[in-house]
Structures are given as structure tokens and as C-alpha cells.
Design a protein around this ligand. Sequence first.
Ligand code: AMP
Length: 176
Amino acid sequence: MELPNIEEYILDVVDWPKKGIVFKDITPLLESPAIFHYTIDQLTAPFLTSGITKVLSMEARGFIFASAICYKLRAGFVPARKPGKLPRPVISAEYILEYGTDNIEIHTQAITPEDIVLIVDDVLATGGTAAAAAELVRDCGATNAGYAFVMQLDFLKGEEKLDSDIPLHVLLHVAK
Ligand code: AMP
């Protein structure tokens, strides 16, 4: 059987949400039962025997992939959210945006030093969000066992912000 090409299920939306951005719309991938299933299998494959106990993901599109991965790995799910969204005490990590900075937060006790964590998102762009997620894992004293992304926008060099000793698993590389 020919392997599916997930690229065909990710649509480029030019100048959205603002001019100069090519937004990667993953909703066609999600709408296809076979391709969504295949994507989750592929994202999970390298980590089946890594002993992952928690999957940490950033709102909002990352959550869609992360929760399916949790089910497959029998891991817990930790949502990293924008400031002010989580109801109990949080720890926070800052990252740089085009203009200014932003933060992501997790509940203080969501990750413990015993946890083995996989960081998941749909897109690795500048790497700021993923680096902030890795900082949260470090701050909790847990083990960061890897990163899994549906796609990486290679030209934004996000990989350089990530610790090169930690496995980075990407299904689709976008060169430009
Ligand atoms: P970054 O911190 O720059 O690596 O951005 C990663 C986050 O922004 C991810 O959660 C993505 O969902 C989102 N993102 C960044 N660039 C794009 C893009 N071109 N298309 C869709 N989502 C993007």
C-alpha cells in the first residue's frame, strides 16, 4: 500500500491571520479519518517504548494531536495555556514574539520530577513556544524525552532554540 502524503492535507492560507504569514491549515488532515489516524501513529512511533508519562502541549491546535497521542501512549495530558486561563497556581515560561513577549503556563503540580515528558505541537515555527515548554519541563525537574511536531517550518530555524540532545520528531519539513 502506498503511504499517504500528509502534505496534501495541509493547506496554505496566504496572508492569514496577517499579511506576510502563510498559515498552515491542518483542518483537512483532521477531517480525514485515515490521515488523522496515520498522523497520530507516525507522531507516536519513535516514542512507543520511551516510557512517556505526560504529554505537554500548547493551545490550541497542539491539544488535538496531543490528546490522541496520550491515548495511544497511555500517558497523561498537560495543557500549556496562555496566561490567566488555568484556575489553580501555575508556573510560567516566557517566549519572544515578533513584537514583545508572551507566556505559557501549566498548573504547578501537573509535572513532577518522576515524569518523562513528550512535547507536542502542530507546527514548529520560530521555536519560541516549544523552547518555553521545554523550560517548564526543566523547571519541574522532569525528563524531556522528545518533541513531536506535524510540521517544521525549516526557514524559521526553530530547531536552533531546542536542546539538540533531545530527540526531535517531525513528519513534514517545509523548506520555504
Ligand atoms: P513558534 O513559537 O514560532 O514556533 O510558533 C509555534 C506556534 O504557533 C504553534 O503553536 C503553531 O500552532 C503556531 N504557528 C506558527 N506559525 C504558524 C503557521 N505558519 N501556520 C500555522 N500555525 C503556526
